[in-house]
Design a protein around this ligand. Structure first.
Ligand SMILES: [Zn+2]
Length: 293
């Protein structure tokens, strides 16, 4: 299954330090503030909105992509209560749609990358100073899968000031923004993993800091989404956000006890697994936040 890349750059003084890469791919040093010229290269069309600067090849309407992005941003902000200070993103998020994998790989400086979307943001003195999304329009369902997935990473960077956000939270919530069709496939993967007793132990999943290596990467994505959905459905998005924030300060076991009354990660694993097994079909759990639900 294709996947995404997500990374952020932290600017310390004048030097750049790469702190996180989605899958541990080669540590490319792309400049996230890189922009195309206002007139753009020949064969491109451009659309500026309140929050985005979209560049797309002529076969794709930049205006249509910009509408999807603005609609998705509004929805995600409302969902995660990030709308208390609804100022436009400044500078605007640069979004570049590539019509072939070669151009995409060149733009993200990763010549063997297998992803279909990349989101990047840079932080300076605690503030996000640039955002960028690169997308491949030769990928299936890129407007309903890769686009909302990458956008979610950038919204979560606003909601949570944690750098980086725990991997399972970041990817789990991004998966939950993908289309229902994609989540059906994720649900099937999770069902196979549960049946084969091949899921990732929750203490390991919750503590994961770096990229999850193949061959269990797909399980990591579907399990992270399922766990996030379980907790959000248990008592709502605000409690989930509080749990994530308390986890950073006090550890996930203390946060589970404080927010959910759950003893520890092992107790959560039993509750979650029981919930997964009780649901028919499994995919129903994963459709909580889908953009097309
Ligand atoms: Zn991702």
């Amino acid at each position: 299954m294709t996947c995404c890349r997500h990374r952020f750059l932290c600017f310390v003084g004048v030097s750049k330090v790469l702190l996180a890469l989605c899958f541990g791919s080669n540590a490319a040093s792309i400049e996230p503030a890189q922009t195309l010229s206002p007139t753009g290269p020949t064969g491109w069309n451009h659309q500026a909105t309140d929050n985005f600067q979209v560049w797309a090849p002529c076969s794709i309407s930049a205006g249509d992509v910009a509408k999807l992005l603005e609609r998705g941003l509004e929805r995600q902000r409302a969902l995660w209560h990030a709308d208390e200070d609804p100022q436009s993103w400044q500078p605007k998020c640069v979004v570049v749609v590539h019509d072939n994998v070669s151009d995409y790989r060149r733009a993200i400086s990763s010549l063997r990358d297998t992803s279909v979307g990349t989101s990047t943001y840079a932080v300076k003195k605690g503030q996000i100073v640039s955002r960028r999304i690169d997308l491949r329009c030769d990928a299936n369902s890129w407007t309903t899968d890769a686009l909302p997935h990458e956008l979610t990473h950038l919204v979560l960077a606003d909601v949570f000031k944690m750098r980086p956000l725990p991997r399972w939270v970041d990817e789990g919530l991004a998966v939950l923004a993908e289309s229902s069709a994609k989540q059906l496939r994720r649900g099937a993967e999770l069902a196979r993993a549960v049946a084969a007793r091949a899921t990732i132990p929750l203490p390991e999943l919750l503590a994961l800091e770096g990229p999850y290596a193949s061959p269990r990467r797909d399980v990591f994505y579907s399990q992270s989404a399922s766990l996030a959905a379980y907790l959000v459905q248990r008592s709502g998005a605000p409690d989930f956000c509080e749990f994530v924030r308390q986890s950073e300060k006090h550890g996930h076991d203390a946060a589970l006890k404080s927010v959910y009354g759950i003893d520890d990660a092992g107790h959560l694993e039993r509750l979650w697994a029981g919930d997964v097994l009780a649901r028919q079909p499994l995919s129903r759990q994963l459709k909580l936040l889908a953009a097309d639900r």
